[in-house]
Ligand binder design. Structure first.
Ligand SMILES: Cc1cc2nc3c(=O)[nH]c(=O)nc-3n(C[C@H](O)[C@H](O)[C@H](O)COP(=O)(O)O)c2cc1C
Ligand code: SF4
Ligand code: SF4
Length: 357
């Protein structure tokens, strides 16, 4: 056995990645003397924990065809690898539009493996696992029968992968890994757009409908501490900040099923952004030709536009937050949201308190 110790780090929203990490933990526990499992949030492994007989496993969901920003940040702050062996498991959204369709993790594994390689880790392999698709803010969840199909295969695949790694073999070049790598590289511009813009846009669309009883479960369990409870004592309502990573935990675990995504608001914001108001504002306020030619520099202009987009999202969300305090408007935004009508999936065996243990 090439390893004596394994450390699993995961980040999970709706529990799928936590479930995979637990399968890996239980499998490794029977083979190695020391196995740990921790969330990437607030974990700071030190250099002493690394070494040639240690196996580091990073497990993550896919966000925007790549690794979630929180996992990228965690890997960047890991200590140097000192030849520690490392593997990564990305999971994506398996769906059922009449037949079983795999998820698409694209560059998630490659990005994390590349960072680990640069930090001196020996990357021994990576794998894409299809879990029941869960982006509860934007897609309906699968029913139990279809979810179970993915879960059963995912457990088998996870254990087979760990077995290969423990035998000392690599798991890098195979059909799925190569395909995900090629498409992942082609989709890098989309993933980059998601990291610098998409995740902020999606974060600022959530609100609580009239069923919210101010219990605070959403705010208390958000790994990003992204939700502020605002208002009078006993009547506080959640307010989503830019720290939100759209992981889906609050929406899928709310005991009242009260968290909604403002889809009609999203259409409105998209329309406002398409008006390119920033372009006219720059023209209007900076008449001087010296300043205007500086501002119209391609990159400066892009940066100003980007800042304007973020500001627009922020202002629109502020307005939405106050509008949904009016019951009639709250009802309007709620029934014009898909989340009001569809099933919000979370991994069936993972309870909200499991994220803390
Ligand atoms: C913001 C967001 C973006 C996502 N993007 C992708 C994607 O690009 N490809 C994919 O296959 N799944 C995507 N998914 C689905 C999740 O990766 C998948 O359902 C995963 O199992 C969720 O794991 P978790 O429950 O541990 O968070 C996305 C989910 C979210 C919330
Ligand atoms: S968990 Fe649900 S009911 Fe509780 S405060 Fe959050 S939105 Fe409201
Ligand atoms: S606010 Fe909700 S969706 Fe955003 S990071 Fe926290 S739990 Fe996840």
């Amino acid at each position: 056995m090439p390893y004596k110790k394994a450390m699993i780090y995961y980040w999970s929203g709706t529990g799928n990645t936590l479930r995979i990490s637990k399968w890996a933990f239980n499998f490794l526990k029977n083979k190695l003397s020391i196995v740990s499992i921790s969330s990437v949030i607030n974990s700071n492994p030190d250099t002493q924990t690394m070494g040639e007989n240690t196996l580091l496993l990073i497990a993550m969901p896919t966000h925007g065809f790549t690794a979630p920003w929180q996992v990228i940040k965690f890997c960047l702050r890991l200590p140097m690898g000192k030849k520690t062996a490392a593997v990564t498991i990305a999971n994506g959204a398996g769906t059922y539009p009449g037949f079983y369709l795999p998820g698409f993790s694209a560059s998630a594994n490659s990005v994390i493996s590349f960072i680990l390689l640069l930090k001196g880790y020996r990357v021994r392999g990576f794998i894409d696992i299809d879990m029941p698709g869960s982006w509860p803010a934007f897609c309906p969840g699968l029913n139990r029968e279809h979810a179970d199909h993915f879960l059963k295969n995912a457990k088998r695949k996870t254990e087979a992968f760990i077995k290969i790694i423990l035998s000392g073999e690599k798991h890098i070049i195979n059909f799925r890994n190569v395909l995900e790598f090629i498409f992942g590289m082609l989709l890098i511009p989309v993933s980059f757009g998601y990291i610098i813009f998409g995740r902020f846009f999606f974060a600022k669309l959530q609100f609580a409908n009239l069923k919210c009883n101010s219990c605070g479960t959403c705010a208390g369990n958000c790994s990003q501490k992204a939700i502020l409870m605002k208002g009078k004592e006993g009547f506080k309502k959640p307010y989503w900040t830019f720290k939100c990573e759209s992981c889906g935990k609050c929406i899928s675990y709310c005991p009242q099923q009260a968290v909604e995504t403002g889809h009609s608001m999203a259409i409105l914001i998209w329309y406002i952004l398409s008006l390119r108001v920033s372009f006219y504002l720059i023209d209007y306020f900076f008449q001087s030709s010296a300043i205007i030619s500086f501002l119209k520099n391609k990159y400066i202009f892009k940066l100003l536009n980007y800042m304007f987009y973020l500001l627009t999202i922020f202002v629109c969300y502020y307005v939405l937050y106050y509008m949904v305090k009016i019951p009639l408007l709250n009802k309007f935004f709620s029934i014009t949201s898909g989340t009001h009508w569809w099933k919000k999936y979370h991994e069936p065996s993972i309870k909200i308190q499991d994220f803390k243990s």
